[in-house]
Design a protein around this ligand. Structure first.
Ligand code: BJW
Length: 224
């Protein structure tokens, strides 16, 4: 049984109609990340940040998993020990049928109380006046890891990546750490799947370039 650790990024959901961040027309060409993806931006203007994530939550609900998500779900059902790590805050891996997904940058569909750390399913639209369901504080926020915050589940992620016979990064620019540095922790074989070489392409032993909906199903078919 091969141990496989997979890290996905926005490119895996691009063909489901969810925007990437750094491509032409990406989210960071339209929004200032310092205003919408930092704790300081949220403190300055929580309504703006909620509007940004409310719109993305609506887009996410309307999107459907694509052939890359489906192929990775099929791989999870096969006779391999697979750990699926995603930087994506959408829920398309789960909706495709992947049984366990590690969300290192949080989840669009979850809310977090900044006062007592309670978490619950987010409503479609969140507002600064919303109160925590546990402590009552008007301190609710999307359960998202912003720049300068500690990424989630790092112990489990590092355990899986260091133990893997194969580490695969799919659809990520490798511009954001610690995700971009995971390939350095891999002790087994490494593969990058992306439209084009990422910022860390040289760290991978092999590469497959092209749209995720074509390259991922073809790669999974070879493994099954
Ligand atoms: C396709 C395709 C198709 C398109 N098919 N492919 C070390 C050095 C320097 C700085 C730092 C460092 N360590 C930490 C930092 C600071 C900072 C950081 O990395 N800054 C950089 C800008 C330099 N990192 C942090 O603050 C992180 N926290 C942290 O480090 O805590 C301390 C810590 C240390 C050690 C261990 C543990 C903790 C937190 C980072 C939070 C990132 N948050 C965001 C936004 C919130 C989520 C959201 O709103 O959705 O997460 S930023 C944004 O970028 C989002 C993404 O998850 C993330 C990565 O983007 P991704 O997925 O790679 O997307 P793109 O758009 O960049 O790339 C898409 C790729 O797909 C492209 O390559 C395309 O070609 C490809 N593609 N279509 C296949 N059809």
């Amino acid at each position: 049984m091969m141990k496989i650790a997979i890290l996905t990024g926005a490119g895996v959901s691009a063909e489901s109609g969810l925007g990437t961040f750094r491509d032409k027309d990406g989210l960071w060409t339209k929004y200032d990340l310092n205003e919408v993806a930092t704790p300081e931006g949220f403190a300055r203007n929580p309504a703006l940040v909620h509007d940004f994530y409310n719109a993305r939550r609506t887009n996410c609900v309307q999107a459907t998993p694509n052939a890359a998500h489906t192929a990775l779900a099929a791989l999870a059902m096969a006779d391999h020990d697979l750990t699926l790590i995603t930087q994506n805050v959408d829920d398309l891996h789960s909706r495709a049928g992947s049984p366990a997904v590690i969300h290192m940058h949080g989840e669009l569909m979850r809310a977090l109380c900044a006062s007592c750390n309670a978490r619950w399913d987010a409503p479609l639209a969140m507002h600064p006046s919303d109160c925590c369901q546990t402590c009552g504080a008007a301190a609710t926020r999307p359960d998202i890891v912003w720049f300068g915050e500690i990424t989630y589940h790092m112990d489990a992620i590092l355990d899986a990546v260091t133990a893997a016979d194969l580490f695969v990064a799919i659809g990520t620019s490798a511009e954001v750490y610690p995700a971009a540095g995971l390939v350095e922790q891999a002790t087994g074989d490494t593969l990058e799947i992306n439209l084009a070489p990422s910022a860390r392409a040289n760290a991978f032993a092999s590469h497959r370039f092209g749209p995720a909906t074509e390259v991922v199903p073809a790669w999974v078919a070879e493994l099954l």
